[in-house]
Write a protein that binds this ligand. Structure first.
Ligand code: FAD
Ligand code: PYC
Length: 414
């Protein structure tokens, strides 16, 4: 009979009590997995989850060099919306938004989805034209958005100053079923569900090499040893170029830091999400009362997952005309994540030049909102070799010039 130390029994009891089940166990690597996913961010975990749930593929490992959700998934400002312009984008982002509506029930884990409404302010004539066009496109795509007047903006967000001298509020693109969710809970919820299906989530396990033979993937080298697999999904956001290099191909993706910050907690004063893209700022209020604030991406490539003091000053300065109350707030924390930017600001969900290696990346500044839709589509691509949701997001579009330009809808300046 297997014997356990008192310490091990106590640890397992604590895990059980916390409801984590097998997720935190460090499993024995199996000999060969049907699929390995590199990266336990939201997109990697959701891919694994739908491989199991929708396609019955459960002999799956998810390898993570750090900890669950420790990349951009745990660093973002949690805005969820699907108000994109192009049909392919609207389809995958709306699929994701609709999956968020029932995610807590599906995963039996409270991800605190809050469809409080998201508005993108129009503060120039150009933005009015752009957002009216998007609202029109969205109505044809079955995505519920509308262009609203400055007065409606003011009634939804009483703390806003719509008469700013430089950037008055001229209207907004409003998505009433957009909102926010608790980012770590999304990662934890998917992780627990994957674990419950018998999948192995191996943290502190960095992939250091990708083995190939005759143009087909064989397995990976990791900091914990070598593991074989039938199929491989690379889902590593800002580290896409590093992993692609290991597999012997190049990706049209750049790594850039995106920063955010939160203020001291204050009384509830704003119950919708506001994005002011012309001035490069956006804001929402967390359940704790902190104002969650973000701005544009850094103007140079880097791998530094840190915030910087000058960014706090620049972002707050940009928003003060529209939100005068924040001039007197103390800022508590700031941080950064490394986002994976493509030239057309749209993601890549694709086969690669190596057989049975699939890649999911390029979500840039806006992939939190896409996690369930992306996982759903990527799982279908990996299981069946094709998915209607990923077709236009393949790598070929860069060869063929079929870009999916979403530089306006991406919302965050870059
Ligand atoms: P990640 O969560 O970064 O996961 C990738 C994982 O791969 C990481 O955990 C990493 O450790 C792992 N990894 C890398 N290399 C290896 C290796 N060699 N071996 C094993 N594991 C490896 N999006 C929105 O929709 N709304 C927002 O409001 C929003 N705000 C943002 C604010 C900030 C400050 C930032 C930084 C991003 C924001 N985003 C937002 C973007 C969003 O966070 C990302 O697009 C999304 O989280 C990407 O998820 P992912 O799973 O692809 O990547
Ligand atoms: O994609 O909505 C978004 C977003 C907001 C802040 C960063 N990304």
């Amino acid at each position: 009979m297997k014997r356990y130390s008192v310490f091990a029994v106590a640890r397992e009891a604590l895990r059980y009590h916390q409801g984590w089940g097998r997720a935190w166990k460090s499993p024995e690597p199996k000999k060969k997995y049907d699929a390995i996913i590199i990266g336990a961010g939201g997109h990697g975990l959701a891919t694994a989850y739908y491989l199991g749930k929708n396609h019955g593929l459960k002999n799956v490992a998810i390898l993570e060099k750090g900890w669950l959700g420790g990349g951009n998934t745990g660093r973002n400002t949690t805005i969820i919306r699907s108000n994109y312009l192009q049909d392919a984008s609207a389809a995958i982002y709306e699929k994701a938004r609709s999956l968020y509506e029932t995610m807590s029930q599906d995963l039996n884990y409270n991800v605190m989805f809050s469809p409080r409404g998201v508005m993108m302010l129009a503060q120039t004539q150009h933005e009015i034209r752009g957002y009216k066009r998007t609202a029109q496109a969205n109505s044809l795509q079955g995505v519920s958005t509308e262009f609203i007047s400055p007065e409606k903006v003011k009634s939804l967000v009483p703390i806003i100053n719509i008469d700013g001298p430089r950037y008055p509020v001229l209207g907004a693109l409003w998505q009433s079923r957009g909102g926010t969710a608790r980012h770590d809970a999304v990662a934890w919820g998917y992780a627990r569900a994957c674990s419950d299906m018998g999948m192995d989530i191996i943290q502190q396990c960095e992939v250091t090499g990708i083995r190939r033979e005759n143009g087909q993937v064989q397995g990976v080298e990791t900091s914990k040893g070598s593991i074989d697999c039938q199929k491989l999904g690379i889902v590593v956001a800002g580290h896409t170029g590093v992993l692609a290099d290991m597999a012997g191909f190049r990706m049209p993706v750049e790594a850039v830091a995106l920063q955010a910050l939160v203020s001291e907690p204050i009384k509830p004063c704003m119950d919708v999400v506001v994005m002011a893209n012309t001035v490069h700022g956006y804001m929402s209020q967390s359940d704790k009362g902190e104002m969650v604030i973000g701005g544009g991406a850094d103007g140079f490539n880097n791998y530094t997952q840190r915030g910087s003091f000058h960014h706090v000053e620049e972002t707050v300065r940009a928003l003060i005309e529209t939100f005068p109350i924040i001039s007197r707030l103390k800022m508590l924390r700031w941080w950064g994540g490394i986002v994976d930017m493509t030239g057309d600001r749209s993601p890549i969900l694709s086969k690669t030049p190596v057989g049975n290696i699939f890649i999911n990346c390029g979500w840039g500044t806006g992939g939190f909102k896409a996690i369930p839709g992306s996982g759903w589509a990527m799982a279908e691509l990996m299981a069946k070799g094709h998915s209607s949701l990923t077709e236009e997001f393949s790598l070929n579009r860069f060869k063929e010039g079929k870009f999916i330009d979403e530089s306006v809808a991406a919302g965050v300046a870059h």
